[in-house]
Design a protein around this ligand. Structure first.
Ligand code: AMP
Length: 454
């Protein structure tokens, strides 16, 4: 059997790849209005970065990371040896830790500087059990704003994500925005203890994993999919009843800004999100129709301690990531018409092989002028060239025939209206040569038509 792509991965075939390009460009446009500029970080980092940044007791780090070793290091490990910490590498399961590492390493937010507003787009890797909307390699677009702790950053980031989802075509009424505050170093330890005591009191109703979580990381139990655990955790103490004054004020201002901009949201005190680095605001956007259990299309929050965790000076931060593949599922569910990748403006057809050299040079001249043009490369019949032009969605077909070439003319046929006219080849070429890669399809069609009428 022919080899298949690995389990949990997906090829982005041309139509989808083109949509992914458009998706990233739309994100860059919307986020650009909020001051975000691009950053690219490596697809793998030292494992230690994720352990320290995301947290050892999270599912993402403890179970789902793909660890990468060179062939030589693998031999050392298999032989019972050890390798240096800097050679222990993992494919990135998310983007924030790498961006914060880069900000610290390159000192992108020196003392007193304006916040760094960075955006990224690319693949993330998690060894999860694949299902619809859950892959082992998936694409995320994300942003990180480092250097400001004001609630206006939290609010504008959430607003920005909702604006992006609207711009890409996800119907507003199909989205739910959930928000919560996770507190800070001052108020969370006491809250964590309260949840632990509550879990201890209900230990016999919890799964084995949550019994362990009660010791290591009780807040993770809010994410447990076991229905017994979910029932217990539904009545657990609420973080919002345990916030310190500063966190309560911060959260209150975030909500005020959102209300002021007319954004509807629900407060969900059980929303803790899967990563340990969050402080204060967290949020998630879910789609209500057609997504099944993997219904979160994006989410994020504040992480004021992460820069210190990875060895930098205190630098407050806020970020989010959205999942491309889940957005595609949401768009499909909403009946979105995806554009097709395969199209050209003009197709140059040859009546027979004798005109191929002339056709070849016309195609190059048109491409040099900025048009998307295709010709046959397989010596097809004229009829079959028209079929191909149709398949490629060509607006116009330019037909070169031996007799017409002797007379110095070509025929232009509009594929939608079937209207045809003849034009001098020299006139067409001189029109093309006037443009250095700046011609737009519509302009050329009308210029060509008027040149034919002169
Ligand atoms: P997270 O980094 O877990 O907050 O994820 C942010 C977004 O990435 C989610 O809301 C999903 O849309 C998407 N996502 C996370 N994990 C996966 C996965 N395994 N497969 C596909 N998309 C994912």
């Amino acid at each position: 059997m022919a080899l298949q792509a690995p389990e949990g991965t997906k090829d982005l075939l041309p139509d989808e790849s083109k949509f992914w390009t458009y998706f990233k460009a739309t994100a860059a446009e919307v986020f650009g209005r909020f001051g975000y500029v691009p950053i690219e970080t490596p697809l793998f980092e030292q494992t230690d970065l994720f352990v320290r940044g995301i947290g050892e007791a999270t599912d993402v780090v403890s179970k789902e990371m793909f660890t990468a070793v060179s062939g030589q290091n693998l031999e050392t490990l298999l032989g019972g040896g050890t390798i240096k910490a800097k050679s222990r590498l993992s494919l990135r399961p998310e983007g924030t830790a790498g961006v914060v590492r880069a900000v610290v390493q390159h000192d992108l937010v020196p003392q007193g500087a304006a916040p760094a507003k960075l955006m990224y787009a690319g693949p993330m890797f998690r060894a999860e059990r694949p299902q619809r909307g859950r892959q082992r390699q998936f694409n995320q677009v994300g942003v990180e704003c480092l250097g400001a702790e004001d609630p206006s950053v939290d609010a504008e980031s959430i607003i920005m994500l909702m604006r992006f989802f609207e711009a890409i075509g996800i119907p507003v009424e199909s989205m739910r925005l959930l928000v919560n505050s996770m507190g800070c170093d001052v108020c969370r330890p006491a809250y964590r203890d309260a949840v632990r005591s509550y879990m201890d009191a209900h230990a016999d109703e919890l799964c084995d994993e949550c019994k362990r979580r009660a010791e290591t990381n009780p807040l993770r139990a809010f994410d447990c999919k076991n229905s017994g655990c979910a029932a217990v955790m539904a009545h657990a103490p609420k973080i919002t009843d345990h916030l310190c004054g500063d966190c309560r004020d911060h959260y209150g201002t975030v909500k005020q800004y959102l209300v002021g901009e007319g954004l509807s949201f629900e407060e969900d005190p059980k929303l803790v999100r899967g990563l340990d680095y969050y402080t204060r605001t967290v949020f998630e956007v879910q789609v209500t129709e057609g997504m099944g259990s993997q219904n979160a299309i994006g989410g994020g929050g504040r992480y004021d301690k992460l820069a210190e965790e990875v060895g930098g000076r205190p630098t407050p931060g806020f970020g989010f990531a959205l999942g491309y593949e889940r957005c595609v599922i949401a768009l499909e569910a909403a009946g979105y018409e995806f554009p097709r990748a395969q199209r050209c403006d003009y197709f140059v057809a040859c009546v027979d092989d004798s005109v191929r050299p002339e056709a070849f040079s016309l195609v190059q001249a048109a491409r040099n002028a900025g048009l998307t043009v295709e010709m046959d490369h397989q010596h097809r019949s004229l009829k079959s060239q028209f079929k191909l032009a149709d398949k490629l969605d060509a607006d116009q077909v330019i037909v070169l025939g031996p007799d017409e070439l002797v007379a110095g003319t070509v025929t232009v046929r509009n594929m939608a209206t079937h209207e045809e006219y003849a034009i001098g080849l020299a006139a067409m070429k001189s029109l093309l040569s006037r443009f250095g890669n700046q011609l737009f399809d519509g302009d050329f069609s009308s210029m060509l038509k008027s040149a034919s009428e002169e």
